[in-house]
Design a protein around this ligand. Structure first.
Ligand code: SAM
Length: 408
C-alpha cells in the first residue's frame, strides 16, 4: 500500500526531517516532514515527503492548572490536545423539523434517526450533568427543531437545574425556527430558558416558501414577535446568506433584527446539507456580507470575541450590532470550545467530524452504566478533536449526517 500523501503546507515543501512549529487554524501544531518511499509491487518508485502532525498544547490557564492536555486526564476541564478548553455542549433534541430548508434537509426521502436510539429525557440530563461537572457552562438546545420535542418544557426545566463545576447554574440557550414559540415561550422561560436564537433567512413570503418548502413565514414572524416581547436578551436572529437567493435582503434582515431589539447573525452556508449539494460559488462570503452592510451603516468591530463563533460589528457606533459566522472563509477552529450531542446519543467534537463517540452503550448498560463511563467518553471525544474542520482542504469529506441530524 503506498502511503497516504497529505497536502503540503505552502512554504514548507521539501523541508523533510525538521521539526517545525506551524500555525494551522489558529493553533500551534508541531509538524515533521518525513521522507517515505512509495513502494508498489515490492519496488521503490519514488521518495515522498509527508507532514506528520502532533498536537501541541498552547499555554492555557486551564491547561496549566488542570488537565495535562496531551494525556488522558480523568478529571478537570475538558482540554483537547491543542489546549482548547470545552465549555459549550450543543444538545440536539430531534432530527425532525417543521421546515425543509434546502441547505439543510432534502424535501423527501430523509432517513430519520431510529426511534429506539433517541435519548430519553433522563439520558440527556445524565450526559449534561456529567458534562457540567467536567466544566461545561453552556447548553444550547437545537435539532432538527427542538420545539417539536413533546417534553421540551421538561427538558428545559431539568437542564436549567444543573449546576456547573463552579456551583453556578449553567446557561441554557435554544436555536429554533420560532414556529411554536408563541405557545411555548412562557413555559420555557418559567422553566429556565435563558437565551434564544431564531432562524430567518428571508422576509419575503414567496422566497420563504421556496427556501423552506413550507408556507410558514407568518408563524416564524409571530415567534420572533413573541421573543421580542419577552424579556429574553440578547435575542439573535440567524440568517444563512445565499447568492441569488437572499443576498439582496441582507440590509433588510439586519434592519428587521434591529426593529425587534435583536442582533442579526449572518452565517456562511456550510457543506452540511443532507443532499450533499453544497456549492462554494453559491455561498455569500463574510467579506461580501460586510461590503453589503457597509453600504448602509458604518461598521466598527466589537472587541472581545473569545470563543464565540460570530465576529460582531457595531452599526453606526451602536448600540445596534450585527454578527457574521464565517466558518468557511475565516474558520475560528483555534478557539472552538464546542461539543455536540446528537439526538441518538452520539458525541461529536466538530460539526464536520466524520467520527462519532457512541454514548448509548454507557447510557444503556444492563447494570445502568456509570457516570464515569460517560465522562470517559466525553474525554475521548475531546482528545480526538482535530485542529480544524478542513472544509477548505482538497480532501475534505462532508459528514454523512445532514445538519438536522447533527444539531446546528
Ligand atoms: N430548527 C432550528 C432552527 O431552524 O434554527 C435549529 C436547527 S438548525 C439546523 C440551526 C441553524 O443551522 C439554523 O440557523 C440554520 O439556518 C443553520 N444551518 C442549517 N444548515 C446550514 C448550512 N448548511 N450552512 C449554514 N447554516 C446552516
Amino acid at each position: 500500500m503506498p502511503p497516504t500523501v497529505h497536502r503540503m503546507l505552502p512554504g514548507f515543501e521539501g523541508r523533510g526531517g525538521e521539526w517545525l512549529d506551524v500555525e494551522i487554524y489558529g493553533l500551534t501544531t508541531r509538524v515533521v516532514w518525513a521522507r517515505l518511499p512509495l513502494i508498489q509491487a515490492g519496488e521503490v518508485h519514488e521518495v515522498t515527503t509527508v507532514p506528520l502532525m502532533l498536537g501541541m498544547p498552547r499555554p492555557h490557564a486551564a491547561a496549566r492548572s488542570g488537565a495535562d492536555a496531551l494525556g488522558a486526564e480523568a478529571s478537570g476541564p475538558l482540554v483537547d490536545t491543542f489546549g482548547r478548553v470545552h465549555r459549550d455542549l450543543r444538545i440536539s433534541l430531534t432530527d425532525r423539523c417543521s421546515l425543509r430548508c434546502t441547505y439543510c434537509m432534502p424535501e423527501q426521502g430523509n432517513e430519520w434517526l431510529a426511534k429506539a436510539s433517541m435519548l430519553t429525557l433522563d439520558e440527556i440530563v445524565r450526559v449534561a450533568t456529567v458534562a457540567a461537572a467536567a466544566g461545561v457552562t453552556t447548553f444550547r438546545l437545537t435539532g432538527g427543531e427542538p420545539l417539536l420535542r413533546a417534553d421540551i418544557v421538561d427538558v428545559v426545566r431539568r437542564l436549567a437545574e444543573i449546576e456547573g463545576a463552579d456551583g453556578r447554574p449553567v446557561e441554557l440557550a435554544m436555536t429554533t425556527n420560532g414556529i411554536r414559540l408563541p405557545d411555548f415561550l412562557p413555559g420555557l422561560i418559567d422553566a429556565g430558558l435563558g437565551r434564544l436564537n431564531i432562524s430567518l433567512d428571508t422576509l419575503r413570503r414567496d422566497r420563504f416558501r421556496d427556501l423552506t418548502r413550507r408556507d410558514r413565514l407568518d408563524d416564524v414572524l409571530a415567534g420572533i414577535a413573541a421573543a421580542a416581547a419577552s424579556g429574553l436578551r440578547p435575542l439573535k436572529i440567524n440568517a444563512v446568506a445565499m447568492r441569488e437567493v437572499n443576498d439582496d435582503e441582507l440590509v433588510d434582515l439586519a434592519q428587521f433584527a434591529i426593529d425587534h431589539d435583536a442582533e442579526l447573525r449572518f452565517i456562511e452556508q456550510m457543506p452540511l446539507d443532507a443532499g450533499h449539494t453544497w456549492d462554494r460559488s453559491r455561498m455569500v462570503t463574510r467579506d461580501e456580507i460586510l461590503d453589503t452592510l457597509a453600504t448602509r451603516w458604518t461598521l466598527t468591530p466589537v472587541p472581545g470575541r473569545g470563543g464565540a463563533p460570530a465576529e460582531r460589528w457595531m452599526l453606526d457606533g451602536g448600540p445596534a450590532t450585527v454578527g457574521v459566522i464565517a466558518s468557511v472563509t475565516a474558520p475560528f477552529c483555534g478557539d472552538c470550545d464546542r461539543l455536540r450531542l446528537t439526538a441518538d446519543g452520539q458525541l461529536r467534537n466538530c460539526l464536520f467530524s466524520t467520527t462519532e463517540y457512541d454514548l448509548l452503550p454507557a447510557l444503556r448498560a444492563p447494570d445502568g452504566g456509570s457516570d464515569d463511563d460517560v465522562d470517559r467518553m466525553l474525554r475521548s471525544c475531546v482528545r480526538g478533536k482535530l485542529p480544524g474542520h478542513a472544509i477548505n482542504d482538497p480532501g475534505f469529506l462532508q459528514p454523512v449526517r445532514g445538519m438536522n441530524a447533527i444539531g446546528g
